[in-house]
Design a protein around this ligand. Sequence first.
Ligand code: COI
Length: 356
Amino acid sequence: SRPSSFSQQECSSDLWSDEENGDINWDNLGFGLVPTDYMYVMKCSRDDRFSSGELNRYGNIELSPSSGVLNYAQGLFEGLKAHRRGDGRGFLLFRLEENAKRMQMGAERMCMPSPSTDQFVHAVKQTVLANKRWVPPRGKGSLYVRPLLIGSGPILGLAPAPEYMFLVYAAPVGTYFKEGLAPINLFIETEIHRATPGGTGDVKTIANYAPVLKAQMRAKAKGLTDVLYLDSVNKRYLEEASSCNLFMVKDNIIATPATDGTILRGITRKSIIELARDLGYQVKERLVSIDDLIAADEVFCTGTAVVVAPVSSITYGDQRYEYKTGAETVSEKLYKALTAIQMGHVEDKKGWTVEI
Ligand code: COI
């Protein structure tokens, strides 16, 4: 039987084999939570640094009712994926040092200590290896890894929490949207804004997500997939969707809203910009107005969970605008180029993937 917790030193990839696959139907994976076996936990106090962590059995954690995260949303999360390489050749992780750095930037903004890049990378690798029976078979999905950094200590007056917890759990996932790989339909939200200048739109704080649920619910009630948010000052420029960044293509030129503080610095966004330039496309990071978007030939979204999602329509007010999707589109080419690297179908000349 498996231990309920053990130290970093004790955990190695050959502790157990992954021949015993997770007991689920791998053909029906969406983005629902499938609990796995282990999670990584590391703690420290406000004036300290994280030092060492351990793998624990996956399960509930104990938190004070007055913890900083529960009362004042002092928390960050990350998301990254592990893909199975097949033939017992292990797993591929994608650009996890970028996630580590983004968490460090966010921690600085949210007044929290953060794990070092080495600690973050170690924790993610240990979590994947301990849950390797939950990495879907090739072609069926990936193991989504969710690092969390939270103010776990009790605090009543508004101030940074006295203790912090870094936690990494994982779940097998398929496609993010219920549409699967089919194109999605978006709604431009004009009343609810996701971020404001000087706020936290560009860090992956948990506080950015619950406030958009209302907009998301309203879009879903209209039969649409998700929401596109406008800037809160001019109410004219597109920022991003609830869970992903936005791109448009016009006359073969790609544009994406520039990250000016209100837009999340997506790792998939950054990778897609680089891959598109490699493929010979011009990519502009600039203001993208509603008019630009309406006139676009193609629109797509990018994110870790979403990967590259083609957009077939955008509803703005009472008008619905349609876009090119399917074979030979720019988004299709970029989806293939990105996933070929992430899944190890081509040689990774960029050094983006980490093998474990
Ligand atoms: C991701 O794409 O990893 C995210 O963090 C978005 C989340 C809403 C699923």
